[in-house]
Design a protein around this ligand. Structure first.
Ligand code: DCP
Length: 103
């Protein structure tokens, strides 16, 4: 993403705030795919191939803007995410199976 922006002289647009707004916009586009459908089964067995391709595109847009936002903010997202998984494991021990994550 850093190379992609540099090659197009887009660093000027990729400020933290702009990237956050772009990310939220793509989350909106992702939400539109599920809008009005009601609950859908895991694996989306009834979806057409083109709908799944579209879903993959919107998921990717969210991921790419998230990665770029993290980079531009000087956050090592891989490292931060692994640390967060460790923190989650401490907060929600596997032995405590009555805790569904809402407490
Ligand atoms: N200033 C920009 C514009 C685009 N992109 C990249 C990141 C996203 O992966 C994708 C977003 O492109 P679009 O804004 O064209 O959005 P869509 O692909 O969702 O197109 P549309 O909104 O027409 O569905 O391109 C980027 O990094 N910086």
């Amino acid at each position: 993403m850093a190379n992609f922006a540099k090659e197009r002289d887009w660093d000027q647009f990729h400020s933290p705030r702009n990237l956050l707004l772009a990310l939220v916009g793509e989350v909106g586009e992702l939400s539109e795919i599920f809008q009005w459908k009601g609950e859908v089964p895991k694996g989306l067995p009834d979806w057409k191939e083109e709908e799944k391709v579209h879903l993959g595109e919107e998921l990717s847009d969210v991921l790419l803007y998230l990665v770029r936002l993290s980079d531009i903010c000087g956050i090592d997202l891989g490292k931060a995410a692994l640390r967060k998984v460790e923190l989650n494991a401490i907060k929600y021990p596997a032995s405590n199976n009555n805790n569904n994550g809402t407490a």
